[in-house]
Design a protein around this ligand. Structure first.
Ligand code: ADP
Length: 637
């Protein structure tokens, strides 16, 4: 990581995405330009955390982990603001990686994904910690003078850029370790060159930082006259770890600022929970739920920031994923454990009893928080669900211990609302089940429209039985694991024989028997014609308007699931569907009355099967052949 820096001054070009990001910054994306200071102080605070952590293991750094602080100074004449820290610093290689490229793939992907129009949209970029680059909102030149904690005086690096696509790097001396960032303030931003203004910004955004953020003390008249008088500094912020303070002493605004610091989110958090847990395992957690999901939450993208782990106030790591299950990966905040060794590694955290206890306790708090939100602020909860519902659903599979509570937290679109918004809980559903209804019914589809218009719903709509409309990608998978809730079985309307419980009319039974007899020859002919394209052909009463539908056999994989596997390029045993025919439909009535020749049966069979597959949102193996059949039948008719 270290190494003697390049002696001569070199010019480098920024990575394309950095250039784009700089363009965004310079053309003033933010109305709040003063946040540049928050970003620099936050980086310094991270650098101090890292030094304290590395000092635990690295002898060279041992003596340095003391009197850690951040200093903010300005010079009105030279028009500069300086932010310095005695933290870990950077080697030349680290400077190139950190300040010349966007190291984090998420931010990179985000910048790449912006269209021309979106590039003018400041709201979008608000999701990202653009961090250091924010300096260029107020400065026309930025110098970063940095020396890593474990290298010599002459191994420091000086990085400079005007934010115009290039930066220079050169070797430099630096007597103390850490980083000093000097901003050459743009014309027109003069109000920043002011003691009172800078103090105000620090208190506004960085009060919660656990290290002192110092500024020079106002000088007495004597001191001002004496040019040699040493400058004394004073802390502007409170400088205690916010999560260690008593809840009653922390204002909502302080919590909000702290959230923005740990999450690098520009928005306010939705809600939070702050707990000091005493007893066998002692820890403090402060966990936040964001308002908006990061754009790559469902793309398996990197987990930005996550939950930070501290051990007895010492920062240990970012994104301590062992403490929060994957489905809650959107939770941000800190966990400060008392009973872990300071030299914990990710390996030690695996299968560790203390970690398990903290994790279980933290999940309980988050789920409890959400339960309260659902009860007290149902509208906010619906909005939360719209953002994070698919992730929460993963919990059904991942977190079997909390399945009941998670199921209660789920919200669905249903045939009662017929809106894509997921607003109905299973408790609501059960409370309004029709008389005699014993099960909770659902249908899955590729899209909300496909689920909503599924032919399988016809009989349910006719009888006024509510059906859950599931169209999130995870739904197929989740429903395989969610067998029941409150003693009511969950059942797909597109699988197996239709069982409407005692809502079925008993009088119809006799009629059905005679239908079965009347249709037997036609059914037999279709079976012969369709061969192994179908598992079976049978009559159904689940349809009212459509002539036919396909269903999966009781124990086969659902059709939608088969499609997901296929789309993912995964081999799986294809199970043929069951073709169900509506004996009341005019078309079937006609075919039964005038049984056609086998040729024509072949055409009708293929037409009925293929249209049923299409209505399911499925794809045909041979669409051209289907079109030909349709045209043949139309011209013959
Ligand atoms: P972020 O803070 O979100 O990671 P930045 O662009 O602000 O993104 O910073 C990029 C990286 O540069 C940081 O992750 C850190 O490694 C490094 N860095 C920035 N400021 C400092 C500093 N004062 N001391 C040490 N490293 C720093």
């Amino acid at each position: 990581m270290t190494g003697t820096p390049t002696a001569e001054k070199q010019t480098h070009v920024f990575e394309t995405e950095v250039k784009q990001l700089l363009q965004l910054m310079i053309h003033s994306l933010y109305s709040d330009k003063e946040i540049f200071l928050r970003e620099l102080v936050s980086n310094s605070s991270d650098a101090l955390d890292k030094l304290r952590f590395e000092a635990l293991q690295n002898n060279k750094l041992k003596s340095l982990g003391q009197d850690l602080c951040i200093r903010v100074e300005f010079d009105k004449e030279k028009r500069t603001i300086t932010v310095s820290d005695n933290g870990i610093g950077m080697s030349e290689q680290e400077v190139i990686e950190n300040l010349g490229t966007i190291a984090k793939s998420g931010t990179k992907a985000f910048v790449e994904s912006l269209t021309g129009e979106q590039k003018h949209d400041s709201a979008l970029i608000g999701q990202f910690g653009v961090g250091f680059y924010a300096s260029f909102m107020v400065a026309d030149k930025v110098s970063v003078h940095t020396r890593r904690g474990d290298v010599g005086v002459d191994e420091a690096v000086l990085w400079e850029s005007a934010g115009d696509g290039e930066y220079t790097l050169e070797a430099a001396d630096k007597s103390d370790i850490g980083t000093r960032i000097t901003l050459h303030i743009k014309e027109g931003e003069d109000e920043l060159l002011n003691d009172w203004k800078l103090r105000e910004i620090i208190i506004k955004y960085s009060d919660h930082i656990s290290f002192p953020v110092e500024m020079p003390k106002a000088q007495t008249e004597d001191e001002e006259k004496n040019e040699d008088a040493a400058i004394t500094y004073e802390s502007v912020n409170k400088a205690t770890a916010l999560w260690m303070r008593a809840k009653s002493d922390i204002t909502d605004e302080e919590y909000t600022k702290f959230y923005q610091h740990v999450s690098h989110d520009f928005q306010d958090p939705l809600i939070w929970t702050h707990n000091k847990v005493e007893g066998k395992t002692e820890y403090t957690n402060l966990l936040f739920i964001p308002k908006k999901a990061p754009f790559d939450l469902y793309q398996g993208g990197e987990k930005r920031h996550g939950v930070k782990l501290y051990v007895k106030r010492v920062f240990i790591m970012d994104d301590a994923e062992q403490f929060i299950p994957h489905y809650l990966r959107f939770v941000r905040g800190v966990i400060d454990a008392n009973d872990l060794p300071l030299n914990v590694s990710r390996e030690i955290l695996q299968n560790n009893r203390v970690v398990d206890t903290i994790r279980a306790g933290s999940v309980k708090k988050v789920l409890g928080l959400l339960e309260n939100l659902a009860k007290n602020e149902p509208q906010d909860y619906i909005e939360f669900w719209a953002e994070f519902g698919p992730a929460m659903k993963e919990g059904i599979v991942e977190d079997t211990n909390n399945r009941e509570q998670l199921t209660k937290l789920m919200r669905f679109a249903t045939t009662k609302t017929d809106e894509p918004g997921q607003t109905v809980s299973l408790d609501d559903y059960i409370a309004r089940m029709t008389e005699g209804q014993e099960k909770i019914y659902f249908v899955t589809g590729e899209t909300f429209q496909a689920a909503k218009n599924s032919p399988h719903l016809e009989i349910f709509r006719k009888r006024g039985i509510e059906v859950l409309l599931l169209s999130d990608r995870v739904d197929e998978w989740v429903t395989m694991h969610m067998k029941d809730y409150q003693g009511k079985q969950l059942e797909s309307v597109a699988k197996g024989a239709l069982d409407l419980g005692s809502t079925d009319d008993k009088e119809d039974e006799a009629q059905r028997e005679s239908e079965d007899k009347d249709f037997a020859p036609l059914i037999a002919a279709f079976k012969t014609s369709l061969g192994d394209k179908v598992k079976d052909v049978r009559l159904t009463h689940r349809l009212t308007d459509s002539p036919a539908c396909v269903v999966a056999d009781e124990n086969d994989m659902g059709l939608q699931m088969q499609r997901i596997f296929k789309a993912a390029g995964q081999a799986m045993p294809a199970s043929a569907p069951i073709l169900e025919l509506n004996p009341e439909h005019a078309l079937l009535q006609r075919l039964k009355a005038n049984m056609p020749a086998q040729d024509e049966i072949n055409d009708w069979g293929s037409l009925l099967l293929n249209q049923a597959i299409l209505a399911e949102g499925g794809q045909l193996d041979d669409p051209a052949a289907f079109v030909k059949t349709v045209n043949q039948l139309l011209s013959a008719g």
